[in-house]
Design a protein around this ligand. Structure first.
Ligand SMILES: Cc1ncc(C[n+]2csc(CCOP(=O)(O)OP(=O)(O)O)c2C)c(N)n1
Ligand SMILES: [Mg+2]
Length: 686
């Protein structure tokens, strides 16, 4: 459907600093027009919500235009990075797209930029570096850090704009992101939209240490200051222009606390009964828009402003009409949209290494840690968009020495130590990935990935579904027990993560599969969890060769052939399962089809199904806990489909439903061991 032609004044989306000082200051009319459009459109959306035509939560930006509009006009939309908050409608209008695009988002219709899969103001335009927000406040800051760094790594003089409210300033991600930006010297302008409320809670109930939030900047070694965006718009624009240029020139982050307003309460449904008598009137008295209009009328006369208002009003109504007439969304294709489309194989040099000397398909005798190291080295050598980060991975080579030597050979900024900030580091990786880099993040232990749960399962994993943008990340997760590391360094988290949609997951069990899995995960356009069992890192060496079929690691591998049952496992358990198979072949003359699953998401069960249809018996073994464990899904899927072929109830062998206990005797009782596996299967065989 054709969109109405915008009024001429909206064809310009930029204001240059020099324009602010011109006489007469024509650029200020442009600032006014965008502020007025943002205000009237926000008000119109509120009306449409009340009419039942807009669903969800309508959190208007009325009162925040004095900040967001000048800033968005001053930003370099061809280079800079932004993530607006739920008060940033005016910024969205300026950054990219047509008013109809943004209204389509609110109407959640077929033309919505999120394909109606996300609502309210949770859209952006990743291809123009406007990063779509998730509800979880604080989460977007590190994404802005990553995408801005990505721009700088590509040689573009970008500035990132990371907005957050006074309420959001209490989240842990804010601290992590400010520290990370300072540490990495990222040119990000952190903007606190302090409207003195978080929903109904005033700042006095949010902070004990006063409300001069900008003073926190000193704690991060960065500049900070306060700014009132409810006063003179031109003065605000001048201050913003200066700080933007400073950040651009110095590549140092700055924190500004902007005093702003939330004229219509938190959201359309807000009763506002927590406000003091007269407080709302006082907000409206500080509203910058009428003051700005009066100031411009004094310079230009009322006529040009009246003309702008009339044109904008007509345009807004025409856009509402167009968007309302756009068809409702169609659920067809929704499931296919979960993942980014398949990637073409990268043009890898066909060898384990990448140097001129070893370009033939040489076979190396490596343990799994060395195989992963070789794959990382290959990726860093051949793929300029790659970088790796994690705690202690640089000089030290990582807790398990998987990254040994890489820092020495590739240096910063390709290989660097991350601070203990899993959430912001993962968010930073998301930002990098959205801008074309392909980061590989090592978690020191898989257990610590719970610190980044929002970024992994709600942000990265949902990215393609809701925004259409690819988010290629590899998250390396040293997992598993048996090493007397206790509850917080031994867990198997696959079913925990994979209960959420949008993640891929590989769990290699051999050095060759580890090498292949890292290449396959790296070139995938989606976030991929790479589970690396710690006990397998040094379990023994095996030949690792260049394997042109490295992508086969996305399918199960048949390890043994037999008749009596189909035995499915993965990770370290493949070795115990193999020993159990030997035992039953020798002692019971019973043989099993044994499969190493390798890919936990997406599941490709065809070969296993064919086997099950033949054997009629299913054994599933995994190291993680039984209840809600990965085996529950496998058994359910396979039994649902092949119920008629089953000759007996499937057998699930897993860990006890307990935290991982510490002492070796207790851990042995907790985990599947060869003896327990044999006993369970023997009892099952009857
Ligand atoms: C982490 C998180 N906790 C709770 C919420 C629910 N919530 C949505 S908006 C909001 C208030 C946010 O206040 P502030 O950051 O000051 O932004 P404002 O709405 O005032 O612009 C809350 C509590 C959320 N979105 N994210
Ligand atoms: Mg607030």
């Amino acid at each position: 459907m054709a969109f109405p032609t915008p009024p001429g004044i909206l064809t310009q989306r930029d204001v240059r600093v020099a324009e602010l000082d011109q006489t007469p200051p024509d650029a200020l009319l442009r600032v006014y027009a965008w502020m007025q459009l943002a205000r009237t459109a926000d008000n119109r959306i509120l009306d449409l919500f009340r009419q039942g035509l807009v669903k969800g939560t309508v959190t208007g930006g009325q009162g925040n235009e004095g900040l967001v509009v000048p800033l968005a006009l001053l930003a370099d939309k061809t280079t800079d990075v932004v993530s607006f908050t739920h008060r940033g409608f005016g910024g969205h209008l300026i950054w990219s797209g047509h008013l109809c695009d943004h209204l389509n988002q609110y109407f959640a219709n077929a033309a919505s930029p999120t394909r109606a899969r996300e609502g309210n103001i949770h859209h952006g335009d990743p291809s123009h570096r406007s990063l779509p927000m998730i509800s979880h406040l604080g989460a977007m800051l590190s994404n802005v850090c990553g995408a801005t760094d990505s721009q700088r790594r590509l040689g573009r003089p970008a500035v990132g704009f990371a907005f957050f409210g006074d309420g959001s300033s209490s989240t842990g991600d804010i601290h992590e992101s400010l520290n990370l930006a300072s540490l990495l010297s990222l040119p990000v302008l952190f903007v606190i939209e302090n409207n003195r409320y978080a929903y109904s809670t005033p700042v006095s109930e949010q902070f004990a240490a006063g409300t001069e939030l900008w003073r926190r900047a000193a704690g991060y070694g960065i500049e900070g200051f306060a700014l009132d965006a409810t006063g003179d718009v031109a003065a605000t624009a001048n201050t913003l222009a200066a700080v933007i240029e400073k950040v651009r020139a110095t590549s140092r982050p700055v924190l500004i606390e902007v005093h702003t307003l939330r004229l219509r309460g938190h959201a359309a449904y807000d009763t506002c009964d927590y406000l003091q008598p007269g407080e709302s009137d006082a907000f409206f008295a500080r509203d910058p828009l009428p003051k700005f209009r009066a100031q411009l009328a004094a310079t230009f006369g009322a006529a040009p402003l009246d003309a702008i208002d009339a044109e904008l009003g007509a345009f807004l109504e025409a856009c509402v009409k167009t968007s309302l007439a756009t068809p409702r969304p169609n659920p067809a294709g929704m499931e296919a949209g979960l993942y980014a489309p398949p990637s073409a194989p990268l043009p890898w040099i066909p060898s384990v290494g990448s140097t001129i000397e070893n370009r033939e398909s040489r076979i190396e005798n490596l343990n799994a840690a060395q195989a992963l190291n070789a794959a990382l080295r290959k990726i860093l050598t051949e793929r300029p968009e790659s970088l790796i980060l994690g705690q202690d991975i640089a000089t030290y080579g990582g807790a398990f020495k998987v990254t040994e030597g890489l820092f020495a050979d590739f240096g910063r900024p390709r290989v660097f130590n991350a601070p203990l900030a899993e959430s912001s580091c993962t968010g930073y990786c998301i930002g990098l990935a959205l801008n074309g880099h392909r980061p590989i993040e090592e978690f020191q232990f898989a257990d610590f990935s719970t610190e980044a749960i929002t970024q992994i399962v709600l942000n990265a994993a949902t990215m393609h579904f809701r925004s259409g943008a690819a988010c290629p990340l590899v998250l390396r997760l040293p997992c598993g027990g048996g090493l007397t590391f206790g509850s917080f360094h031994s867990q198997e988290l696959e079913s925990f993560f994979l209960a959420m949609p949008g993640l891929k997951a590989l769990y290699p069990s051999t050095p060759q599969d580890a090498f292949n899995a890292l290449l396959a995960a790296y070139e995938d356009h989606n976030p991929v969890l790479l589970f690396e069992h710690k006990a397998l890192y040094r379990r023994g060496r095996a030949p690792v060769a260049w394997d042109p079929n490295y992508r086969d690691v996305w399918s199960p591998k048949k390890l043994r052939t037999g008749d009596h049952a189909t035995f499915v496992t993965y990770g370290e358990m493949t070795y115990l399962a193999g020993e159990a198979c030997d035992y039953f072949a020798a002692e019971y003359e019973k043989t099993f089809d044994l499969f190493d699953l390798r890919a936990l998401s997406p599941l490709k069960l065809d070969a296993i199904e064919t086997s099950l249809a033949r054997t009629g018996r299913l054994i599933v073994l995994h190291e993680g806990r039984l209840t809600h464990g990965f085996g529950a899904e496998l058994v359910a899927r396979l039994a649902e489909k092949h119920f008629d072929a089953l000759k007996s109830a499937p057998l699930r062998i897993a860990a006890l439903d307990l935290p991982v206990p510490f002492a070796p005797e207790l851990e042995a009782a907790f985990r599947p061991t060869k003896e327990k596996i044999v006993d369970r299967i023997a009892a099952w065989l009857g």
